[in-house]
Ligand binder design. Structure first.
Ligand SMILES: [Zn+2]
Length: 457
């Protein structure tokens, strides 16, 4: 019997150590280093037999003159899921490895099963989490007439590859990477060395056969993919599925994308029959209250290439317990403090002794500076308890001098507001508009004081 070989891994960042130590020198976390048994066999190929399988889509390993490489647009596999296609940058790239992360229970498996059932390609859905019967029950709810999706309940990579070699799927989905284990490593499933080795095998498989592989990965409480950070470095694309579990909306975004932008956003609504794609998110993000309430303002923002109307809610009240509270959900708290300081200094509002709560509705987080002006409007509206006209929206950044600054692609923001039936939009005086006229009233203002004057007289 071979001698057992062990090594030490930080369970947080995946750094490797020769012996145990209390603190990881790489990520500075305490008590995260654990011993793992690694017994590497000679062969680490994903293949179960030595004869190599060359598919016509497989990549050649010969050097090619750059002038001879075809410049055709890389073919992508349409997932039939518009939101997912958008976030991926136009579909799945052959041979790519995509990691879908998210908290447990958020609906990652539902999303991937739904995608797998709708795919017009031969798809292998490997589950180490649920039995085939459980998956069947869920599939019957989501998409009963699917017939290109194969289910395999297996956790050992060698067995998975044996099945893949037999059925030759076009797309492979693994639910989840934390349940996989390979024969070449002896530590338990979900450990750093197992995750790393299984992912390496899957990468080799994906690249050699040009088959796209989607991995589902669970996320720890502090927002990291459970297991090593290196997993994120190994794959081509990291998608994040998020949203408050109490909200019915889910956001899909790319944290890393080798084949597209990371700005795009996909929105889904959780329903009994699965996840519905929300193609016009603005409608759901704005509350349908008939009566006008103080403290709300609508911002015209952009998430990636897509315009999005979102509602900002503010509550300003006299601080009861000495130190005023400032809290922001979905908006940067430091930026809120800056805006409050600007309002105090430049517009003469005494907000220093007030509690200020700010909320972006729909459970989404926005870092587009164009929502600043809507934040100002919501805060002031709540402070003096006068509602803002519901048919008005905002798109401008606020500077430290209290100036209303222009924002990018203002034209697109105006058109979205127009499309949704808003009557007026407030933008910066210094915005250059490509069109002479719009079907919406455009109000151009230069200073925060002008905004106050315009809104509240
Ligand atoms: Zn570490």
């Amino acid at each position: 019997m071979a001698k057992t070989k062990t090594t030490f891994f930080c369970q947080n960042c995946g750094a490797q150590f020769a012996k145990w130590q209390g603190q990881c020198t790489s990520c500075k976390e305490w008590n995260t280093i654990a011993e793992e048994v690694i017994q590497k066999a000679e062969k680490t190929s994903w293949k179960t037999n030595e004869t190599s399988v060359h598919t016509e889509r497989g990549r050649s390993a010969r050097p090619t003159l750059i002038s001879e490489i075809s410049s055709e647009k890389e073919t992508r596999l349409n997932t039939k899921n518009e939101e997912l296609n958008r976030v991926l940058g136009g579909g799945l790239v052959p041979g790519s490895l995509t990691l879908l992360g998210g908290e447990p229970g958020i609906g990652k498996s539902t999303l991937m099963l739904q995608v797998a059932l709708q795919l017009p390609y031969k798809t292998l859905y490997v589950s180490g989490e649920e039995s085939a019967q459980q998956i069947k029950m869920r599939a019957a709810r989501i998409h009963p007439e699917a017939n290109t999706c194969y289910i395999l309940t297996e956790t050992k990579t060698q067995n998975i590859f044996r099945n893949i070699a037999e059925m030759q799927p076009d797309i492979v989905v693994i639910d989840s990477i934390q349940t996989l284990h390979t024969d070449y490593i002896e530590s338990s499933a979900g450990s750093i060395s197992q995750i790393r080795e299984c992912t390496t095998e899957l990468i080799k498989f994906a690249k050699e056969t040009a088959t796209p592989v989607i991995l589902i990965g669970h996320i720890t409480k502090d927002g990291n993919i459970a297991g090593p950070k290196i997993l994120e470095h190994m794959v081509d694309t990291v998608l994040q599925f998020e949203g408050d579990r109490n909200h019915i909306y889910r956001i899909l975004r790319a944290n890393k994308n080798r084949f597209g932008s990371t700005n795009e956003l996909g929105i889904y609504e959780m329903q009994g029959s699965g996840l519905r794609e929300v193609s016009n998110p603005s409608e759901i993000l704005i509350s349908k209250n008939e009566e006008e309430l103080s403290g709300t303002a609508i911002a015209s923002t952009l998430e990636g290439m897509r315009p999005l109307m979102i509602e900002i809610q503010a509550l300003v009240s006299t601080a009861v317990y000495g130190t005023p509270q400032r809290s922001a959900t979905g908006y940067n708290a430091k930026r809120l403090n800056m805006i409050l300081a600007v309002l105090e200094k430049r517009a003469g509002f005494k907000l220093g002794a007030k509690d200020v709560f700010l909320n972006v509705t729909g459970g989404i987080t926005v870092d587009d500076p164009a929502i600043d002006l809507a934040v100002v409007a919501a805060v002031l509206s709540s402070n003096i308890d006068i509602a803002i006209d519901k048919r008005m929206c905002f798109a401008a950044e606020i500077g430290l001098a209290g100036e209303v600054r222009p924002v990018t692609r203002v034209d697109q923001r105006i058109l979205e507001a127009e499309k949704l039936g808003f009557e007026s939009i407030i933008i910066s005086k210094y915005c250059k508009l490509p069109k002479a006229s719009y079907g919406i009233n455009i109000i151009k203002l230069a200073k925060v004081n002008d905004v106050v004057q315009h809104l509240f007289g």
